[in-house]
Design a protein around this ligand. Structure first.
Ligand code: GDP
Length: 427
C-alpha cells in the first residue's frame, strides 16, 4: 500500500508532537527528509530505537531537531513498515515536517487509516480496531479500562469460542445435508443442542452489558431540575469544574440541544438543557415548567435542586413532580452554608437526599459518591462491556439466529434449515 503520513498528536502547543508514516517504501522516503546526527542512513538504523537527527524540508532547510524511530513490518502497528518523528510540539513545525513528507512522496492519511491498515493486515480484528477509537475518546477511567481490554482482545476471546462451537456444529451438519435421506443422529442433535445453548448463554451475557456500555460511552442523560435561584447554575458550574458561557448561536443548533458533560463519581453525566439553566433571563421562561418537563422526559437521572434556606414553595413541588418522571433522582439541598429552613418531608421516596453548598463547594464529594452508587460498574469484567452499536446489533442478530437454529432442531425441521440458521449466527 502507498505511503501515508499524518500528525498523530493534538493540534496544540506542546513539548512533543508526533508525525507518523506507514507504507511500502516509507524508510527510503524518510531518508530524503531525515539526517541522523551520527551519520549514516535512517533506513538502516536499528529498528525500534530512537535516532537523533535533523528533519529537513524540500530545500534542505532544517525544520526541526528531532528523534525518529523505525518499526519494520510486519510486527508494527499497521503491519507494514512504519516510522515516527518525535518533533517539538509546535503545530507549525509539525505542519512543515508533514509537508516535507508529502514532498518526498507520502500522502495525507485519512481518518483512522493507520488502524484500518492494521485491521486489513490482520494485526487486529474489528472489535479491537473499534476499541482504538473508544480508548482515544474515553471520558472516564472506567470507559478507558473497558476499551483497553477490548483492544487487548477481551471481547474477541469471549466471542471466538461461540464461533468455534457453531462452526463445529455446522461441519457435522454438512455431512448430514449431503445425505438427505439420513436422519439427524441423536449424538449430533445432542452436541448441537449443547453448543447452541452455550452460544445463547454467552451472547445473552454479553448483550446484557449493552445498557452499561451506553452509559460508559455516551454518558447518563441528566436533568438538573429546580425552580429559579435555588442554585442550579452554580451546581452545574461546580460539577463541570469551571465557569464558561455556552456558545449557543451556532447555525443549525437550538438552545435545547446544548449540553455539557462532566465525569461525576466516575460516571459520565450528559447534562441536558444546560443552556436553559444558564442563559434564560426572561422570568416566564425561567420558571420553565415546560422546559423541565421536557428535560425530565429525556433524562435517566434527575438532580432535583432545592434551596435549603427557604421553605418549600409550589414551584419546588412542581420541580419534584417533574423529577418523579425520571428513573433515578438525587435530591440536592443546596445552600447548606445558610441556616436551614427547608423541611423536605414532601420529598419522601424521591431518592437519596444530599446537602451541599454549590457556592462553597461543600458536600460535592458525597454527591459524587451518590452518583457513583446509582451507576455501579456492574459485574462484567472490563473489556466485556458492549459499548459499540454495531457490535450490539451484530450479537443481537447472532442470538436470534442461534435461537432459530435450536427451534429448528427441536421442531424436527430438515438439517438444512438448522444449518442455515447456524451459518447466519456465525456470520
Ligand atoms: P439557578 O437560577 O437555580 O441557576 O440559581 P443560581 O445558580 O443562579 O443561583 C442563584 C443565587 O443563589 C445566586 O445569587 C447564587 O450566588 C446563590 N447561590 C447558589 N448556590 C449557593 C450556595 O450554595 N450558598 C449560597 N449562600 N448561595 C448560593
Amino acid at each position: 500500500m502507498d505511503v501515508i503520513a499524518a500528525i498523530s498528536t493534538a493540534n496544540a502547543l506542546s513539548a512533543i508532537g508526533i508525525v507518523r508514516v506507514s507504507g511500502e517504501g516509507c524508510f527510503a522516503l524518510c531518508d530524503k527528509i531525515f539526517q541522523p546526527a551520527g551519520g549514516g542512513l535512517f533506513s538502516v538504523s536499528r529498528s525500534r530505537e530512537m535516532v537523533l537527527g535533523r528533519l529537513l524540508d524540500q530545500e534542505g532547510r532544517v525544520v526541526d531537531s528531532c528523534l525518529a524511530v523505525r518499526f519494520p513490518g510486519p510486527a508494527s502497528y499497521t503491519g507494514e513498515d512504519c516510522a515516527e518523528f518525535h518533533c517539538h510540539g509546535s503545530p507549525v513545525v509539525l505542519g512543515e515536517a508533514l509537508s516535507a513528507l508529502f514532498a518526498a512522496g507520502a500522502r495525507q492519511a485519512g481518518r483512522g487509516e493507520f488502524t484500518k491498515r492494521a485491521f486489513l493486515n490482520g494485526r487486529m480484528d474489528l472489535t479491537q480496531a473499534e476499541a482504538v477509537i473508544d480508548l482515544i475518546e474515553s471520558e472516564t477511567a472506567q470507559a478507558a479500562r473497558n476499551a483497553v481490554e477490548q483492544l487487548g482482545g477481551a471481547l474477541r476471546s469471549r466471542i471466538e469460542p461461540v464461533y468455534d462451537g457453531l462452526l463445529d456444529s455446522a461441519s457435522r451438519f454438512y455431512a448430514v445435508v449431503d445425505y438427505p435421506d439420513e436422519d439427524i443422529e441423536d449424538l449430533t442433535r445432542e452436541d448441537t443442542l449443547a453448543a447452541l445453548n452455550r452460544a445463547e448463554r454467552t451472547l445473552e451475557t454479553l448483550l446484557a452489558t449493552a445498557g452499561r456500555g451506553r452509559i460508559l460511552r455516551q454518558g447518563v442523560p441528566t436533568a438538573i431540575l429546580g425552580r429559579p435561584n435555588v442554585g442550579k447554575s452554580s451546581l452545574l458550574n461546580a460539577l463541570v469544574g469551571y465557569d464558561r458561557a455556552i456558545v449557543t448561536d451556532v447555525a443549525g443548533t437550538t438552545r435545547d440541544t446544548v449540553e455539557e458533560r462532566a465525569a461525576v463519581g466516575g460516571v459520565l453525566l450528559r447534562l441536558i438543557d444546560t443552556a436553559g439553566i444558564r442563559e434564560t433571563r426572561d422570568e416566564v421562561e425561567r420558571l420553565g415548567v415546560e422546559r423541565s418537563r421536557r428535560a425530565a422526559e429525556a433524562a435517566e437521572l434527575a438532580l432535583l435542586v432545592l434551596d435549603g434556606s427557604q421553605v418549600m414553595t409550589e414551584e419546588d413541588h412542581a420541580a419534584a413532580e417533574a423529577a418523579r418522571m425520571v428513573p433515578r433522582t438525587l435530591v440536592v439541598i443546596n445552600k447548606s452554608d445558610l441556616p436551614r429552613r427547608l423541611e423536605p418531608a414532601a420529598l419522601e421516596g424521591l431518592g437519596p437526599v444530599l446537602s451541599v453548598s454549590a457556592r462553597e463547594g461543600t458536600g460535592l464529594e458525597a454527591l459524587e459518591r451518590a452518583v457513583g452508587a446509582l451507576f455501579p460498574p456492574g459485574a462484567a469484567p472490563a473489556g466485556e462491556v458492549l459499548t459499540n452499536a454495531r457490535q450490539t446489533e451484530a450479537l443481537g442478530r447472532a442470538l436470534e439466529a442461534v435461537r432459530g437454529a435450536r427451534s429448528a432442531l427441536l421442531g424436527g425441521l430438515t438439517p438444512d434449515a438448522v444449518l442455515s440458521d447456524v451459518e447466519r449466527a456465525m456470520n
